[in-house]
Every structure is written in C-alpha cells, then in structure tokens.
Design a protein around this ligand. Structure first.
Ligand code: ARG
Length: 561
C-alpha cells in the first residue's frame, strides 16, 4: 500500500516539476492513515514555503480521475504534511491481493548466511545469557530463512577453553591410578566438578598452573587428555542438546572451537605472510587500532608466549573455515554485548589479513535482569541456570490458575516457551530488561500467553468462508484490523534487513490487541451472511499471520489454554 501511495505522490511531484523520491509513512494522527513529509526538504531545495508546494500537490491528487479508488481524503496540514486517508476500496483491494500472495509477498533474498548463536561451554551449565543468544539467534535464523536465504546455524561450542583443563585435572585427582580409558563419570559429576575446580584455581596458583598446562597440552593434541576430553564432551553435549531441544532451538552444525584449531596450520602462515604479525614479549599480536578510534583498541593476541591460542585466534580460524566451506555473504554473531570489543578485534584482523571480505556482523545483547534491575543472580549469587529459569516460569504459570494444573505437558511446554521467548524478543536486543516472571506469565498484557490466547480464541470463532472478500468495511475496528494486516510484509522485511526480531514481536502484540478489540466489538453470530463471510476471511488471515510470525519467533501454538 505504501509503495502504491508513493507512486501516486511521485507522479504528482513530477507533474509539477519537483524532483523527489516520495516517502510515505504510517501516521499516528487520529483519522489519518499515512503521511508524507517530503515538503520540508523540497521547500529548501526549491526556495518555496512547504505549504505552497503542498497545496499544489494536494490539489493535483484530488483532481485525479481515480481519486476515490485510493483515497477518502488527501489534505494539507501545518506546518507541511500531506495527510492521507485511504479508501475502504483500496484497503480491500490490497488485502485481497495480500491474502493470495505466497509468503505475504515479502521480497525474497538469496544470500548464504552463517549464524553463530550458541556458544555454550562444554562442562559448564547453560545460564540465562545462553538463553538470549539462542532465542534471538534462532529468531534471526528463522526470519532470514523465511526471506529465502540459505541459512546455516552453527552452535560453536566452547569445547577447548580453560574449563576443560580444570575438569580434566579434577578427574585425574578423583580417579588416581586408573587407566584413562576405564574412567567413568556422569553429568552430576561434571556439574559438581567444574565449579569446584574453578573455585580451587582461584585460590591455588599451583593448581591453576597445572590446569593451564593441561589445557595447552590438550590443544596440542595430547592423546591421553583427548580420551577424557571426548568423554566430557559426549556427556555435556547430550545435556546441552536436551535444553536446546526444549527451547526448539536447532543448529545445522555442531562445531566447536576445537574444530577451528584444525585450520591453524594453514591460516597462521597465511596471516604471517601478510606482514601484519608483531612479536610482543614472546607473544604474536596483530595491531588493529585505527586512526579515528575514540577508545583504545588493544591488539589481537594471535598466540601467547607459551604457544597457547586464545579465543580470538579460534574465531579467526572459524571464519577461515566458514569461508572455505560455504563462502557465505554474511556471518552473524549473537552474543552478550560485553563481547563487542572482542568481535571488533576479530573483524578488523580478518580484514587486515584478507581472510574474508563478506559482511561480518555482531549483535550484542543486553543482560537479563532480576527485580532489582541487576543481572539475574541466584540466591547464592551465581548466574541463574537456564534450567532453573525454565522451571520457575513453569511453576508460576501452573500456579496462576486452577485449570493450568491439569494441562498436558506438551501444551505447557509450548506456553512456557512462548512466555520466555516473547518476554525477551519484545525488547530491542541491545537493551537490558527485567525478567518479571509474574508479569510475563499473565494472560493479559504484552506477553506470549496473551498472543497465544488471542489466537486460540479467534480460532474458535472461525467457520468456513467462500474466499471472496466483498468491497465493504463495516466499522472502525474492522478497518483498523485490515489496515494493520497490510503491514505484515513491511514488518518482516524490516526485521530481516536490520536483524531485529522485536519488530515482529511488537507487531504481533499490536495486531493481537486490534484483533481482540475486533471480536469484542463485533458479533460473529446472528449477523448477515455476507458480513459473516467477510469477517471469517479477515480473521482467518489474521490468525494465519499470527501463527506464521509466532513461528518465526520460535513460538508454537498449544492445542488449548
Ligand atoms: N563460548 C563463548 C562464551 O561463552 C561464546 C561464543 C560466541 N561465539 C563466538 N564465535 N565467539 O563466552
């Protein structure tokens, strides 16, 4: 609709001799649907008052032969806006077209995009931070895939960091005189050992040094440590997969940081051949400072003086590998925004070394905060485990109403997912937000349950329609709903372009509010058959939109609630 309006305005501007690209946006004014504010820039360019130019434009449009096909009114408003109110006929024409379009008529893209939205660390439990990466990343994945891109999701496990040396040290201590091949342990053991060893390393420098040595030897391929490492990975990854499964989060690739090490023998000489690697106190570094930096950007450490590799080297190796395997148009990273500097260094080094020239994008999200507006912590002060958060939300929802207690587990899990995901995805990802379990579980308000409930309630009202929308609109809320539905492709296009799932979440909420108003204001039964048929078409399309957009956010609909 906006495009068509811009076409019409462009013709009018052209006819009157103005060179301009008309921009039409939704209006917040009452009884105005759209507005065009090109008049201000034109006034500067043509040295005329905005209202003078506007008057001619508005007159030209009002004199169009087919004016009433598109408009109820086109008027000029001070200090220089063209206010547009579209005709019901135009709304219905556009809506009919939209209903028959595949994928809501979104513009298709055919890029290859790798998304890195996992990053859990083997042998450590997943916490709320990993939740954000997973939910936001999966939503971006779904949106870009729906747009037609080839999308590849990589979990990028942290499987070779210092925690591995610490846990291996703990195992050797706990199973003395046992052949590594014969050592058996389980998830509970890992969950207990990692925090214990991590605390021990903080207070005992000797143990810390030993753990670092083990990590380094493991990175160098020590075959004995590899035996234990493999066992730790198997147990821990099985548990990580279980949690992702619960969240309906999926990865095409289950690579780990350790896989990037396989690229080093090829990549490091390549980087060194570029003459950008410097020696600094025995370490190999790459300067990534740029002249117009406002803050000091420290060099990237390619290799420590003891020969060990760090996080940044591993990310360079991963880019090297992704380029080789997929030659993607873009690589997208979703992590905590505290990693912004790390990615800046890695991206700059990538360009300097000429490893990859596609788009490199890091989206850093804010923290999930507790009621005190500080990062969510357990009573003991540690980061909240993902598993505990899920359990708290589930308990809260069950206790909300008597009937929730008898809900089947499949439906319950879908609702818990909706609550958690919608709570997160309605915020611009860069912002911190307070996770208020009580508020987010409510069926009223801007919550996942509210959207699900709206969908289910409307679904109950629907009956078969003959597929032909008449040219009428029956009242204001009917009109508002139809106009809102016309926005769907814009919203998806924008969310994909800017990698911002919250555009979709906010649209979903606004649409659900209007749809709720619609059925509260309009009777569905005992009404004229034609009206009933039109309502059925509009509401079933409304539900098609709700369902599809929810699915892009990773939310599925329960059978009942
Ligand atoms: N494992 C890392 C962490 O927990 C996150 C990894 C993010 N992805 C990446 N390619 N660096 O901090």
């Amino acid at each position: 609709m906006q495009e068509k309006l811009e076409d019409i305005l462009n013709q009018a501007f052209k006819k009157l001799g103005y060179e301009v690209d008309a921009k039409v946006v939704k209006s917040k004014e009452e009884n105005v649907d759209f507005q065009c504010d090109n008049l201000f820039s034109l006034a500067k360019e043509y040295h005329k008052a905005p209202l003078v130019i506007g008057e001619d434009i508005v007159k030209t449009i009002n004199e169009m032969d087919d004016f009433s096909l598109y408009f109820n009114s086109v008027t000029l408003a001070k200090p220089g806006f063209i206010n547009i109110c579209v005709s019901d006929e135009f709304i219905n024409k556009m809506l009919k077209e939209l209903i028959n379009k595949d994928k809501f008529g979104i513009e298709e893209e055919h890029n290859t995009i790798v998304i890195d939205y996992g990053g859990p660390n083997v042998a450590k439990p997943l916490h709320v931070g990993h939740l954000r990466t997973a939910i936001i990343g999966q939503a971006i994945y779904n949106i870009l895939k729906f747009k037609g891109n080839k999308v590849i999701g990589d979990v990028h496990l942290g499987d070779i960091g210092t925690q591995m040396g610490q846990v291996i040290y703990g195992i050797i201590r706990d199973f003395p005189n046992t052949d590594f091949k014969d050592i058996e342990f389980d998830l509970d053991y890992l969950n207990k050992t990692y925090p214990e060893m991590s605390a021990l390393c903080k207070e005992n420098d000797d143990v810390k040094a030993k753990c670092l040595k083990i990590t380094k030897d493991l990175q160098d391929g020590n075959s004995n440590y590899k035996i234990l490492w493999k066992k730790i990975c198997d147990i821990s990854i099985a548990d990580i997969k279980r949690l992702y499964e619960y969240l309906d989060v999926h990865f095409d690739l289950w690579y780990g940081e350790s896989d990037s090490y396989k690229q080093f023998s090829e990549m490091i000489p390549f980087i060194e051949s570029k003459g950008i690697v410097k020696e600094d106190d025995g370490a190999k570094i790459i300067d990534v400072k740029e002249d117009d930096d406002k803050i000091d950007i420290p060099p990237l450490i390619l290799q420590k003086s003891d020969g060990a590799y760090l996080y940044a080297t591993s990310d360079l190796g991963t880019i090297w590998q992704r380029k080789k395997d997929f030659n993607p148009d873009a690589i997208i990273y979703v992590t905590d925004n505290r990693q912004a500097l790390h990615f800046k260094q890695v991206f700059r080094a990538t360009r300097k070394a000429n490893i990859y020239d596609g788009s490199l994008e890091h989206y850093g999200y804010g923290t999930v905060n507790g009621p005190d507006n500080k990062p969510f912590k357990t009573r003991e002060g540690g980061a909240l485990k993902l598993e505990s958060l899920i359990k708290e939300v589930k308990d809260e929802f069950i206790n909300l109403r008597e009937e929730n207690k008898n809900m089947g587990s499949e439906d319950l899990d879908k609702i818990v997912n909706a609550i958690i995901k919608f709570a997160d995805l309605q915020n611009d990802l860069t912002r911190n937000y307070i996770f208020d379990i009580k508020k987010f579980s409510e069926v009223n308000g801007k919550t996942g349950s509210y959207i699900l409930y709206s969908y289910l309630r409307i679904n109950k009202l629907l009956s078969n329609n003959d597929g032909n929308l008449s040219s009428e609109i029956y009242n204001d809320v009917d009109r508002a709903l139809r106009l809102k539905l016309l926005d769907v492709s814009n919203v998806i296009n924008e969310a994909a372009l800017e990698r911002k799932p919250h555009y979709i979440a906010n649209y979903l909420y606004e649409l659900a509010v209007i749809a709720n108003n619609f059925y509260e204001a309009n009777k569905m039964n005992g009404i004229d058959e034609k009206i009933r048929n039109d309502y059925d078409i509009v509401l079933s399309f409304n539900n098609k939109v709700l369902k599809k957009l929810l699915s892009l956010l990773g939310i599925s609909i329960p059978k009942a609630m």
